[in-house]
Design a protein around this ligand. Structure first.
Ligand SMILES: [Cu+2]
Length: 436
């Protein structure tokens, strides 16, 4: 086994450095067996590829009597065999980008090379979602019940392709095919039976960690599922509040930043004060090897994630995810459930031209409320609830007030219809002067 490993992975010194590879220290008999199988397949593949390439090169030299043509053909052949052979030939833990050295509790944020290749070979069959953005109006009605009950929730983890902006697509990993995942709403004291399914077309394992859960991993340990699998967990919603849920499968940051997050509201027994409209908004960062605006299917860039340099910072999964779908009227009161999937930034959430009459800071319910707030913090893996009344019609821009992020997509529009209110906001429309 060691000899095989040496042939495959180079010198002894090299082996020592790569000692975290399971190929050198198999943890169990089963793992050992699968490694033997893997190694045999790898060697078999390599031998066949080389034999075929050798045969063709020999044939070409005989046929064309030209070294130049032979060299060109050999390069093409080696390229083709490499391409066909690679997806099956790399151990799980050989990751892209290469040589990323990290110190987390589990695997680093690089993607297994095997999956990257499988994705490019089979990616055309992957489900394409016309809009990845979850509709901000998609909030279940307040709970009318006055007693706790057993609530059943089903979620499905799905890896899809969708547009971040016109012509720029990403491989999103999601709950139920949108970013964020569904808004979950339960009542304090409810017992929740949550079933998580992983779609068979997934390349990765996933799970769910709900910050509303008390217990190890917030449920992640109970719900880790391979593609095509399904698991059910039960928890009691003890504390009211607005909580983030997210995938916590290693590498957690890599899963989250692919779009695997959402919010669960545990309503207090007395409910929240009634408002006319409730909206669901989540900020998140996306990291691509291609720079801002680069067209085409983007590859996840783990190095940029480690460096905290996202190419896109957006609300509800994409640029303009909140344009044309947030509407209200003068005289109404609105509530924005705002969450942050991270994975690096804290959001400085602000609505231009409005003041939050009430903020539930850090989405705390039952604690002290903040009154008359301009900008509120939404931590990575946290949320806030902002309530405000609409007095003046017009377009109100939602932003992360770390304003350079606007250029990366972090803005949305709340359109307010109704009669002008000159007492609160007015000016002369007759001014002949235009700004210079
Ligand atoms: Cu995941």
């Amino acid at each position: 086994m060691k000899l095989l490993a040496q042939i495959l992975w180079g010198s002894k010194a090299n082996l020592k450095e790569r000692s975290d590879f399971a190929i050198i220290s198999p943890k169990s008999y089963m793992e050992m067996l699968s490694l033997v199988k893997f190694t045999l397949i790898q060697i078999f593949g390599l031998v066949i590829s080389l034999a075929v390439a050798g045969f063709f090169i020999f044939w070409i030299i005989r046929k064309f009597h030209s070294r130049k043509i032979a060299v060109v053909f050999s390069i093409i052949l080696v390229g083709i065999s490499f391409f066909l052979f690679m997806p099956y030939a790399f151990p799980e833990r050989l990751q892209y980008p290469f040589f990323l050295k990290t110190f987390g509790p589990a695997e680093g944020p690089g993607l297994p090379l095997k999956n990257v290749f499988t994705f490019f070979l089979k990616g055309s069959g992957m489900e394409k979602v016309s809009s990845i953005a979850r509709n901000p109006n998609d909030v279940p009605a307040p709970i009318a019940r006055t007693s706790p009950k057993q609530v059943k929730i089903e979620l499905e983890t799905k890896e899809v392709i969708a547009e971040m902006a016109p012509g720029i697509s990403f491989n999103y990993w999601t709950f139920n095919g949108t970013v964020p995942g569904p808004f979950l709403r339960v009542r304090e004291g409810d017992t929740v039976e949550l079933t998580l399914k992983n779609h068979p077309s997934s390349l990765y394992h996933h799970n769910i960690d709900l910050h509303a859960v008390i217990g190890p991993g917030g449920g992640a340990v109970l719900t880790s599922i391979a593609p095509g699998e399904s698991k059910t967990m039960t928890f009691k919603a003890l504390n009211p509040g607005l909580y983030v849920y997210h995938c916590a499968h290693p590498n957690v940051a890599a899963h989250d930043t692919h779009g695997m997050y959402g919010l669960i509201l545990v309503e207090p027994k007395t409910g929240l004060p009634k408002v006319d409209r409730e909206f669901y908004v989540m900020q998140g960062e996306f990291y691509s090897t291609g720079g801002l605006g680069k067209k085409g299917l983007q590859i996840f860039d783990a190095q940029k994630m480690l460096d905290g340099q996202p190419q896109y910072v957006v609300f509800n999964g994409k640029t303009k995810g909140l344009v044309g779908n947030m509407k209200a009227n003068v005289g109404e009161s609105v509530r924005i459930f705002i969450g942050n999937g991270g994975v690096n930034f804290i959001s400085s959430f602000h609505v231009i031209g409005e003041i939050f009459d009430t903020v539930y800071p850090e989405a705390s319910i039952g604690g002290a409320l903040f009154k008359n707030v301009q900008t509120t913090l939404v931590p990575a893996g946290g949320a806030a609830i902002t309530d405000f009344k609409l007095e003046v019609p017009g377009r109100y821009i939602l932003v992360d007030h770390a304003l350079s992020r606007l250029e990366r997509g972090a803005w949305g529009v709340l359109e307010v219809a109704g009669n002008e209110n000159a007492e609160v906001f007015g000016g002369s429309a007759e001014s002949g002067e235009h700004g210079h």
